[in-house]
Write a protein that binds this ligand. Structure first.
Ligand SMILES: Cc1cc2nc3c(=O)[nH]c(=O)nc-3n(C[C@H](O)[C@H](O)[C@H](O)COP(=O)(O)OP(=O)(O)OC[C@H]3O[C@@H](n4cnc5c(N)ncnc54)[C@H](O)[C@@H]3O)c2cc1C
Length: 827
């Protein structure tokens, strides 16, 4: 009996201490005292002494560090050295690059929310806001998307000139070199606004401000290179591109077969030491018009002219367009979003060593230079473009669903349409919060390797979901292309963002968890470093601390996961008001579950986990939705917890947690070691899966919020181009929305009058007049109905064309004429 009580008391104590994350010494001391106390209370002094001695023998080897090292850590260190997955040089470089931010807290199983809430609220400076209100607004007024995508297959010359003159290509370049030196947030805001009207223009602006010559020169360029090129890049005298991808190196960019061989050659009339380059690159954005080509290739030095090593590895150089032997200028056609994109090839192209970025000393460091800087651009460009599109989808679809009537009702009133509208509203709110969060991380000086991959993947995937829903709500209106169609090109172009800057399947399956697990984990990197340490004493010391820290961490997460699941998160600390405290608690619960599952997966599968991509992808989804949840809460808190945004927040949050739960369930359901899976299910879902997707009622509130003017709609339309200029149907549709809403009760009066059968007119406007004459409508009401009908006709209409106008490219040039039956012949 005494033994049973002691064991029970120790179990409760251990669970409590594990939940609270106490250390081994405290656990050992309290266990001894508790065993003795219970032994004495229910037994005798002798039993108390025996209990204390047994507990001391069992726990002290773990609590006394030198003893622990000698008994366990030494042999475990050896076993670890064999078991740890071998990292390739490429993987190591990727792991070493970048920084870790709040995502590490999410991986810790016990996030410290005060750290998140203490981060400053992101805001544009006065100068940045003036740029948004001035040059960006003027640029948007110049962008005729149909002319760009259908007639010119390019931006018109005046837009190119404007972009250069206003230094749109120099947002990341410091002022001392003539750039704008904007914050990441401002950079993101500019892209969002431009992409809300013209994806071709936003992609054109994004590339020079992302990873490419300017960014690389800023970090690694020699002073001479910076002084010469950066001012020219800032004002558009040089148009850059960056060429990495080729026919035989896509996702695995390290396998590029392109090469440069060190040797002498002629440059500007002089014989100099340089390199002779042979390469075949494709899909390169801005290449057809670029004047400065950033090129990645493998450098070989067979005659050891710049050092003792022959294969120097991946190296980066700047190739001026006029360099002889360069084959450049042809174009690809990326899904009718005609930003400049094309191949670049060269055979035996000679450039001096001074064209290497950073000079000869940076030879062979190309891969490191790329991965160190990839995350900053990836955190901004594609998430911002997706956010800009999502805002436009709300502006247009929210208003269109109110204007378009079927079966006598605005289509927004039908529950099926309402469901799609709710997703558009909630998921767009999510994308904008995500984009804002990664931009803010860059502004804090982070190089967010893991969260930039999360933002890239989820913003572009959700952007595609929003595009699908917006297309469905518009019906035929979204399908018929022409100047009046504001959606079709975005729908066509959605796969571009999915593929570039790390194709999405690979980003999800390999990168998010693959990097997140090691970089964000509090102990794994320390264990790996200890295993690699050559000083054996230090290795043992560090390994012991990391290993037992890790064991305690794992046990604590198992307990926290179970207890928080049973209490539905209620036993954890959470900030926030009554409305959002439960959201923090859910994140606490799933943070512990992620930490547990990640440890179990790494511990039981070891190096095999790298090849279990479906498992890795789902673990990455869990981390992603935790991060997205935190970004949503931060945005809401930063904005002063606005009541109007609550439905949007709730929808986005519940959908995220629902998706998180599905991913977690998928990990456990598919875990290859079944007994481990059973244990995980018991710890993570002791009460089953209880999260549910957003309810229909909540969806109705979100749909209502985005289909009527008001603070919620205004909040999600920040940084969306809304001016009703002649080139912008969405601006005009948005401007008409208040009248559309005001006209609805009047329209009902009209319909009621029509049902009486007393109205003889057939034409809508004549019916309005007749009903007004009968006194059923006031003059103002009739005028409102007429105005909405006339102004709204533009949005109900779709474009049609003379057949000759639709002939494109070679067919048009060859003067092909259409004949009956759709057969064509050359005239
Ligand atoms: C419009 C456009 C613009 C671009 N601009 C540039 C540019 O300016 N500069 C530049 O250098 N490149 C550019 N790219 C290239 C772009 O980065 C590549 O297309 C991308 O890296 C994918 O390569 P890939 O198309 O050859 O596909 P592949 O590498 O052949 O991939 C095919 C599929 O396999 C998946 N996959 C591959 N490996 C794995 C893996 N290990 N695990 C799971 N899935 C995997 C991918 O996710 C993808 O779905 C551009 C591409 C496009 C289409």
């Amino acid at each position: 009996m005494t033994i049973v009580l002691i064991v029970l008391a120790l179990l409760v104590l251990s669970l409590l201490l594990a939940f609270l994350r106490s250390n081994a010494a405290l656990w050992s001391a309290l266990s001894i005292v508790l065993a003795a106390a219970v032994g004495y209370a229910v037994g005798s002094a002798r039993e108390a002494l025996i209990a204390a001695i047994v507990l001391a023998l069992l726990t002290l080897p773990f609590a006394i560090v030198p003893l622990r090292r000698a008994l366990f850590s030494r042999s475990l260190l050896k076993a670890f050295a064999h078991a740890l997955p071998r990292l390739s040089d490429t993987e190591r470089t990727a792991l070493d690059a970048g920084t870790v931010g709040f995502e590490a807290e999410l991986f810790s199983g016990k996030p410290d929310w005060h750290k998140l809430l203490a981060e400053p609220r992101p805001a544009l400076s006065a100068e940045e806001q003036a740029f948004m209100d001035g040059p960006v607004e003027r640029l948007c007024a110049m962008l005729d998307d149909w002319r760009i995508t259908h007639e010119l297959a390019d931006l018109p010359p005046e837009v190119w000139a404007f972009l250069k003159r206003e230094r749109f290509f120099g947002m990341i370049i410091p002022k001392r070199y003539g750039g704008l030196e904007f914050s990441a947030l401002a950079h993101s805001a500019v892209l969002q606004k431009v992409s809300s009207i013209c994806p071709t223009a936003s992609s054109t602006i994004a590339v020079p401000n992302s990873l490419g010559p300017a960014e690389l020169l800023l970090h690694y360029g020699s002073e001479q290179q910076k002084d010469y090129y950066l001012p020219r890049l800032a004002d558009g005298r040089e148009i850059p591109c960056f060429a990495l991808t080729g026919p035989y190196a896509g996702s695995d960019a390290t396998s590029i077969p392109d090469f440069g061989i060190v040797g002498k050659g002629s440059w500007k009339g002089e014989e100099v030491l340089g390199l002779r380059l042979t390469f075949d690159k494709r899909y390169i954005t801005l290449a057809p018009v670029a004047t400065l080509i950033g090129l990645a290739f493998r450098l070989y030095d067979p005659e050891h002219l710049i050092g003792g090593v022959e294969d120097r590895g991946i190296t980066l150089a700047l190739i001026p367009r006029e360099t002889s032997g360069l084959d450049i200028g042809r174009r690809h056609m990326p899904l009718n979003i005609p930003f400049q994109n094309g191949p670049v090839r060269g055979k035996d192209v000679f450039v001096p060593l001074t064209q290497l970025i950073g000079g000869p000393e940076m030879a062979g460091h190309g891969w490191r230079m790329l991965v160190e800087n990839l995350s900053v651009g990836r955190a901004i460009s594609l998430p911002s473009n997706a956010a800009g599109f999502a805002r436009m989808a709300i502006a247009s679809t929210g208003a269109y669903a109110r204007l378009r009537k079927q079966f006598g009702l605005a289509i927004a009133r039908f529950e099926g349409v309402e469901e799609a509208l709710a997703r558009i509203g909630g998921m767009s709110y999510l994308v904008t919060a995500l984009s804002r969060s990664t931009a803010a991380a860059v502004d804090r000086g982070e190089k967010p390797a893991v969260t930039s991959a999360i933002a890239k993947y989820h913003a572009t995937e959700i952007g595609r979901e929003v595009a699908r829903d917006a297309m469905d709500v518009h019906g035929g209106k979204g399908i018929i292309l022409g100047p009046g169609n504001y959606l079709g090109r975005n729908w066509q172009g959605a796969p571009i963002s999915i593929t570039v800057e790390g194709a999405n399947i690979m980003t999800r399956s390999l990168m998010i968890f693959g990097q997140g697990a090691i970089r964000c984990h509090p102990w794994v990197l320390k264990e790996m470093a200890a295993v690699a340490e050559t000083d054996r004493r230090k290795a043992l010391r560090d390994f012991d601390a990391a290993m037992f820290g890790h064991v305690g961490f794992g046990l604590s997460n198992a307990v926290r996961s179970f207890v928080l699941a049973l209490s539905l998160g209620r036993l954890s600390n959470a900030p926030g008001d009554a409305h959002i405290q439960r959201y923090y608690r859910k994140l606490n619960r799933y943070s512990a579950a992620l930490a547990l599952c990640a440890d179990v997966a790494m511990g039981t599968l070891g190096g095999r986990l790298k090849f279990k991509e479906k498992l890795s992808a789902r673990l990455g989804d869990i981390l992603s939705y935790l991060y997205i949840g935190s970004a949503l809460l931060k945005r809401y808190e930063d904005n002063g917890r606005p009541e109007a945004e609550r439905p949007l927040l709730a929808f986005a949050f519940h959908e995220s947690i629902w998706r998180l739960q599905n991913a977690l369930d998928g990990v456990i359901r598919n875990f290859p070691i079944r007994p481990v899976a059973w244990l995980l299910r018991a710890l993570v879902f002791p009460l089953g899966r209880r999260e549910v997707p957003p309810s229909d009622r909540l969806g109705r509130r979100v749909a209502a919020a985005i289909t009527a003017p008001g603070p919620a709609r205004a909040a999600v339309l920040e940084w969306c181009y809304l001016t009703p200029t002649p080139n912008h149907p969405v601006g005009r549709l948005h401007a008409l929305l208040p009248d559309v809403v005001a006209a609805e009760p009047v329209e009902r009066k009209l319909q009621k009058a029509l049902k009486t059968g007393a109205i003889k007119a057939h034409d809508y406007l004549a019916q309005v007049d007749e009903v007004a004459q009968q006194g059923v409508l006031s003059a103002e009401e009739a005028a409102l109905l007429r105005h909405v009908r006339e102004a709204g006709a533009e949005f109900i209409a779709v474009d049609d064309f003379d057949p000759a106008d639709l002939r494109a490219g070679a067919a048009a040039r060859a003067d092909v004429v259409a004949v009956a039956g759709g057969v064509t012949r050359v005239a």
